[in-house]
Structures are given as C-alpha cells and as structure tokens.
Write a protein that binds this ligand. Structure first.
Ligand SMILES: Nc1ncnc2c1ncn2[C@@H]1O[C@H](COP(=O)(O)OP(=O)(O)OP(=O)(O)O)[C@@H](O)[C@H]1O
Length: 613
C-alpha cells in the first residue's frame, strides 16, 4: 500500500535532496514560529560576532607589547573584552533557549498531528502497519528529532556560523596564510569524511540490531501470559540476551571507529595548526606580519577548525534526525481512502436525528481485504451478499468460521469500502457518508472487549465522554453491571486495565453493554461471545442484552440457540456467500447447512434461575 510504514532504516548520510523535501514537509510545523526563528538567527549572529571580536583584542594586546601605549589604555581593552564576554553570555543563552524551544515545540506539534492522523487512518492501513512500529515513530523517532534539534542542530548551527565567520576573519587578517590553510583543508577533511561514514554505518548496525531486540521485547512483554503459559520465558530471555549482546558488539565496533576518528581528527587538526604557526612565525621573523596578527590569525584558525570538527561530528546525528522527521512526515502523507471529517471532537450527545431509524441494506456486496490500495490483489471474502435488516428487527448472521460474518459488520461500519454492490443505512449509501456520522448510528458490542487503563466511568463513557454520572449509573444498571461495579474499591472511579483491576469475561461484556446503552444508537452490532461464561454471568449478560436490543435494529453474529430462535431473520454465510435465509424453524426444517450447524454449534443456555449479583 502507499504508506511508508516500512521505511525503518535511518539514512546513511545527509542526502541533500531528501533533506530538502523533509524540511519542506516540516515547514508547516515551523512556520507558525517565524518570529522565534528570526530571534534565534540574531542571537546566533550576535554570539558568533562577540566570539570573533576576541582575537582582535588579543592582537591589540600583543602588538602593543602589553603596554597600553598608542592611545587606548590596556585596561580599556580588557574592559572591552568583559563587555564582549557579557554579550556572548547573553546571546548564547538566548540562542540555546530559542533553538531548543523551537525543537521541543515543533516535535510536540508534529507528534500530536501524527497521532491524530494515525487514529483517523482506515483499517486497511492498520492491517498492514505494525502497531509497535507506529508507536516507535511517535516515541523514539520524535525523541530522536527532539534531542537532535536540542543538541546536534544547535551545535551544528552555532559552529557553522562560527566556521563561516572565522574563515572570513582569517582571510581579512592574512590572505597569504589563509591560502596555505586552504591548501591543507582537503587533506584534513577528506579522511574525516570517509572515516565518519564508516562510524555512522557501524552505529546504524548497532541501532538496527537493538530495534529488532526491542520489537521482540515489546511483543513478549505484551503477551507475557502466553509466553509463560507455553513456558517460553527462558528461551525468549536467551534470544533477547543474544540480541542485546549483538547490539553491544555492534556498538563496540562503532565506538572503536569513533575513538580512532577522534584521535585522527585531533592529530591532523593540531599538526596543521603547528604547521601554520611555523609558516607564520617565519613571516613574523621576516617582518611580513606582526606577532599580534599571527596570534589573531591562529585564534581564528583554531575557531574555524574547531567549528568544522564539531559540525562534522554532529552531521550524522542531524542526518538521523532528518530521517526520523522524514518517517514522521511520511505518516502525514499516507494516502487514506476512508478519512473521517475532522470535526475536532467526537460525539457529544447522541440524539437520533429524524430518519435515523436503523434500516440496513446489503445490496449485492462483494469485498476482499487488501483492496484499499494494497499491492496484493484482494481475495474475495464476501461474494454478492444481499440481505436487509428492517428497523427494529434482528438479523442473525450464522456460518462456519471464516465465512465472513465479522467482515459484514466491519463493512457496515465502513472500516473498509466494498468493491461492488452497495451498503445502505437509512437509505443512504455508506460510501457517501462521513464515517463518523455513520458510526454514530451504531453501537458495537464485540466479543473481545477492549478495556482501557482508565476508570470504570471513563471506560463506560468512552463513546460519550461528557455523559453525566446519572446517565452512566443508569447505563451500568441497564447492563446488569451496577452490583459488581459498586463492589469495586472505588465504585465507578476504580481504575481498570493494566494498572488497575482486571475484570472477568462476563464483567467486561457488561461494561461493553453499558457503553452501548449510553450510546443509545438505532443500530446494534453484536458479536456474541463464543467463550462460555458461567451460568450466572451468562444470564446477567443475556438479560442485559435482551433489554438493549428492544427497539433497535440488531445485526448479531450468533453463537447461541436462543439468539437464532428469536431472530427475525437468519442469514447463513458460507465462504462469503449467502447460502440460506429464513427463520430458525424454516431453516431447521430445510436440512441444509443451517440445520447441520445448529446441531453442532448452538448450545442452549443452561435454564437456571440465578440471583443477580
Ligand atoms: N483484516 C483482515 N485482512 C485480511 N484478511 C482478513 C482480515 N480479516 C479477516 N480476514 C479473512 O477474511 C475471511 C473472513 O473472515 P471473518 O472474520 O469475516 O470470518 P468470520 O465468519 O467472522 O469467522 P469467525 O467466526 O471465525 O470469526 C477469513 O478468511 C479471514 O482470514
């Protein structure tokens, strides 16, 4: 598909073309802060200029033989220097503040924009993107950018300005000596570039190895129950240990290369300074320049060389930051077929609009996954499926595993668009509707209920965050969940999920039912749980569901005999096709697939009267 979710490799070096493109992509995030950029520029120029005036004072002091003759008193020169240093101090602080602030601000805005976008992406994007990778974009890529802008980009900018300024001042001070330095530059810079590339290549290997290990670790941690149940913890720990060891080895080799690079850089830079000093000393002896000029020139040369050295050190990090920015911006450019309108906020209160009666029609629908732009051709999962759910009626979807039952619900919610045929809700084609407006007409009670690490209140009010406590209590009561919720340590304020209380299967389902009650949507999509609950929970869930179904159009993936018996129509799917339709008694009598399935699949709820808990 046309996303860039698989670009995980950091760039090997600064690719000017792609860097320019990335900067263009980043511009909308930077543009609002133009004033700060201009201020940062002036702070940079100010601090560089202040530094560059220091060698001028040094020359004055040397050439006057430390005497203060020729008008300007020596004290004046040093007082002047203190003033320069004060400007330098203020400007440097300003530069640091402004550049780092910009980095933090832009990354924060970018992070929020990318998350907002990921949340709106259609499911065909999420099917092919690895969630761990998306999270790593939001966390490590954004952090890498932030730290790069805070340190590397700041260092690179400061030193770039310093290098340009010091080079100009070198030429101004002594064109002849500058010429000699110019000749030496290729001998210094070329080996550094070649060496630097090697260092970066090695550190990239270290990063890749670590990224693989981290992906494995996050998978293992999130599935720790499965890992322990299969007693695979030792094996996984050893594999992780090996991966960490490999990343250490890769890091070690990159450190060795970096150490060699540092030593080489120090040697070539300082020997060049010595050579220039030698050449300059001869010029002073022969009277071609003064000692002060030589001192001034040397200081500029040291400034320029130091600046160049620092720039070359951070170029790799800047390249990585650009790579990280590129991966983040790539997510903003993903071509999404089903993108809900950005309404700022989600549903506020559900007030069924006139015409929201819950009329669902599937009209000769064919669909295959991977058709929303994926590279592989879609394998048909639904073929020419037609059925109708009249307002207030219940349609049960029945069929063997993989027949396409869940797919019908996903298409109805427009998580995917169909290849042919039409899905109509209340007379409108779903492809012509805003996905949010469409989904507001529906409440889903899934098999696997997602419970968020939040309070019971927030979990129930997930679809209607501004619901009142009274509404939430009424929803919990309707879902037969009041008794257990008020038995929790903090009632509806009890934290659930990873860092809170874990709920049982039946309790989770009742939370999902309470959510649906609160949504009060005309269409109810129900995926009946296959896993057996104990009789008591089953009864409570069933009782709550029956109440929820009253007056709504229900499309239910049925696993229970009681459900299919009471359905107005049963649609039997097999291999993506509707093979039978009718009521339970009609279909049971017809001796077809339904009759066989009914024998095998549907189990009666134990007829047992239970006390509500
Ligand atoms: N996101 C997806 N991407 C690609 N193929 C999918 C996806 N979801 C389901 N499929 C495939 O579509 C087919 C129908 O799946 P679906 O989940 O709709 O069946 P089902 O009748 O609900 O099955 P079950 O009762 O086992 O849940 C299966 O072959 C499945 O492998």
């Amino acid at each position: 598909m046309a996303n860039s979710a698989d670009q995980t490799q950091p760039p090997s070096r600064l690719d000017v073309q792609s860097a320019r493109q990335t900067l263009r992509d980043l511009w909308p995030f930077v543009a609002p802060y133009k004033g700060r950029i201009v201020a940062a520029f002036f702070a940079l120029v100010g601090s560089t200029t202040a530094t560059l005036t220091v060698p001028l004072s040094v020359r004055m002091v040397i050439d006057r033989g430390f005497t203060g003759e020729d008008g300007v008193p020596l004290g004046g020169v040093f007082l002047g220097l203190i003033a320069v240093v004060s400007v330098l101090a203020v400007m440097s602080a300003l530069r640091y503040y402004l550049v780092t602030w910009l980095g933090e601000r832009v990354v924060a805005d970018l992070r929020a924009a990318v998350f907002e976008r990921i949340m709106r992406f259609d499911l065909s994007f999420h099917d092919s993107a690895r969630s761990g990778e998306l999270v790593s974009r939001l966390t490590s890529d954004a952090t890498q950018m932030k730290s790069a802008v805070g340190t590397s980009v700041s260092v690179a900018l400061r030193n770039f300005f310093m290098f340009v300024g010091a080079s100009i001042m070198m030429v101004v001070t002594s064109p002849a000596l500058s010429g000699a330095v110019l000749l030496a530059i290729p001998f210094i810079v070329l080996p550094l570039i070649i060496f630097g590339r090697q260092v970066r290549a090695r550190s990239r290997v270290a990063q890749d190895v670590l990224a693989d290990a981290s992906a494995m670790a996050s998978e293992a941690i999130s599935s720790v129950r499965t890992v322990q149940a299969h007693t695979a913890q030792g094996r996984l720990a050893r594999t992780f240990g090996k991966a960490v060891e490999a990343s250490f080895e890769a890091a070690r080799s990159s450190i060795v290369a970096r150490a060699l690079l540092t030593s080489f850089a120090i040697f070539v830079i300082f020997s060049s300074v010595v050579l220039v000093l030698w050449y300059g000393a001869n010029a002073v002896v022969s009277g071609d320049m003064t000692a002060g000029e030589l001192g001034q020139f040397l200081l500029y040369a040291v400034f320029a060389a130091g600046a160049l050295g620092e720039v070359s050190q951070v170029v790799g990090e800047v390249a990585q930051a650009i790579g990280a920015a590129d991966r983040l911006c790539g997510l903003l450019k993903v071509d999404v077929k089903i993108l809900p309108e950005d309404r700022g906020d989600d549903r506020a209160a559900v007030t069924p609009v006139a015409g929201d009666v819950g009329h669902v029609v599937f009209d000769h629908v064919s669909f295959g996954y991977g058709s929303n732009g994926a590279s592989s051709p879609a394998v048909p999962v639904l073929r020419d499926v037609s059925f109708e759910a009249l307002p207030g009626k219940t349609v049960a979807l029945v069929g063997p595993s993989g027949a396409g039952k869940s797919t019908v619900l996903q298409i109805l919610m427009r998580f995917y668009d169909v290849q042919s045929g039409d899905v109509l809700v209340d007379g409108k084609k779903v492809v012509d509707m805003d996905p949010i407006a469409l989904r507001e007409k529906m409440a889903l009670v899934p098999q696997d209920v997602a419970i968020f690490a939040a309070s019971v209140r927030d979990n129930v009010a997930f679809a209607r965050p501004n619901a009142s406590d009274d509404d939430i209590q009424a929803a919990l009561a309707a879902a037969n969940a009041s008794a257990f919720v008020y038995g929790l340590p903090d009632g509806i304020n009890t934290m659930l999920g990873e860092r809170g209380v874990n709920l049982s299967g039946g309790q989770r389902q009742r939370i999902a039912i309470a959510r649906a009650v609160l949504q009060d949507a005309p269409i109810l999509l129900l995926d009946e749980a296959t896993s057996a609950l104990d009789a008591e929970s089953e009864h409570l869930v069933q009782d709550a569901l029956e109440r929820l179904m009253v007056g709504r159009t229900v499309i239910v993936i049925a696993h229970r005999l009681a459900t299919v018996r009471s359905a107005d129509e049963i649609v039997v799917l097999d291999d993506g096709k509707v093979v039978e339709r009718g009521s339970h008694s009609e279909l049971a009598a017809s001796n077809g697939l339904y009759a066989r399935l009914a024998d095998l699949q549907f189990s009666e709820v134990p007829e047992k009267t239970v006390e509500r808990v």
